[in-house]
Write a protein that binds this ligand. Structure first.
Ligand code: GLY
Length: 342
């Protein structure tokens, strides 16, 4: 097991890579604990969970809502949760986002930790303290920054993932390499087959490196005032695509990164060779690289992005693999370059 500690202004968050769900008990304080998970995780792992009350939510992005929060709050009251109650979210990005938000606002905040069960949540979603839900058609519109005390990244839980869920996780790993680590990107290029077949050593290395990169960014800019925006590489497009389709987040991020790389090329930041390398790697990892929705139609949802500031949005471009740059670009300019690209 390897661990990474993320230290922010008022908290420390321990990410435990290679730890097991079965050891969860040893990270919990004495006293009342309540588990928040989903029906799918319960189907496979109920027997491995410590014997605490369980609140289960439905699976999928459609359950990342205020209604699900209301359900959780009602159950917390039913279980007589008080300020000393500890919350554990066990699941992927959606469970962790919702559980972290519920824990952060119930009675003005309870202590909480996660067991992260998908590749995407282990390398990105459950790490870094973003918790929240979607509202109307706006993704992650309601939420808080609040670090979980621990995140257990259990490699064995990846074995029960659907293939497309597992593969979707690679998008955020490619992102980590593309924005901040040429060595991670090159390692992935050299180990595609092993990564796809969930080779233990390769998986542990790429999860560890991705978390290390994210930890470094989050420690420097927890509340996304500047540097943390680089983690949104490809995400402005991705969120628009997700808004218009049933794509998994990682699939949409893959398409978004291809577009953002081409745009980086067009703006004169990135070489065509590097842009092609990104597209090739994603494609070799069996991720989709061509937008499934018409770009022109994606422009309106793009304007609803949280990162919007007036008539402009912060976009992340690449200068080379391993180096990103953040630029504020007006929607008018973005539309022009996108139209050129179409
Ligand atoms: N997933 C982007 C972030 O955590 O900032």
């Amino acid at each position: 097991m390897r661990s990474i500690t993320i230290t922010t202004e008022n908290k420390q968050s321990h990410v435990l890579i290679g730890e097991r769900l079965q050891n969860l008990r040893s990270y919990l304080p004495d006293g009342k604990v309540i588990i928040i998970t989903d029906d799918n995780i319960l189907r496979y792992y109920a027997a491995d969970m410590p014997p605490f009350p369980i609140i289960s939510i439905g699976t999928g992005e459609k359950h990342k809502t205020l209604e699900t929060l209301v359900h959780i709050f009602e159950k917390l009251i039913e279980h007589e949760a008080d300020r000393t109650t500890y919350i554990v979210g066990i699941g992927g990005g959606i469970v962790c986002d919702v559980a972290g938000f519920a824990a952060s606002v119930y009675m003005r905040g309870l202590r909480f930790g996660f067991v992260s069960s998908t590749l995407l949540s282990q390398v990105d979603a459950s790490v870094g303290g973003k918790n929240g839900v979607n509202f109307r058609r706006f993704k992650n519109m309601l939420g808080v920054f609040n670090q979980p005390e621990f995140v257990i990244c259990d490699p064995f839980m990846l074995k029960t993932l659907e293939k497309n869920e597992f593969i979707a996780g690679f998008a955020e790993i490619v992102k980590a390499g593309a924005i901040k680590s040429a060595p991670l990107f090159e390692y992935l290029e050299a180990n595609v087959d092993k990564a796809l077949s969930a080779h233990e050593e390769v998986l542990e290395k790429i999860v560890y490196e991705s978390v290390r990169i994210k930890a470094d960014v989050v420690e420097n800019d927890e509340k996304e005032k500047g540097l943390r925006r680089i983690l949104n590489f490809g995400h402005t497009f991705a969120h628009a695509f997700e808004n218009m389709s049933d794509l998994l987040h990682g699939e949409a991020v893959s398409m978004g990164m291809v577009l953002a790389s081409r745009l980086s090329c067009k703006m004169g930041y990135l070489s065509k060779t590097d842009s092609d390398r990104i597209e090739n790697l994603l494609s070799r990892l069996q991720l989709p690289v061509k937008p499934v929705v018409e770009l022109r139609k994606a422009f309106e949802p793009m304007k609803q992005d949280k990162k919007r500031e007036g008539n402009a949005v912060f976009m992340v471009f690449l200068k080379q693999i391993g180096e990103a740059v953040i630029e504020k670009i007006t929607y008018k300019n973005l539309e022009e370059v996108l139209n050129d690209l179409c």
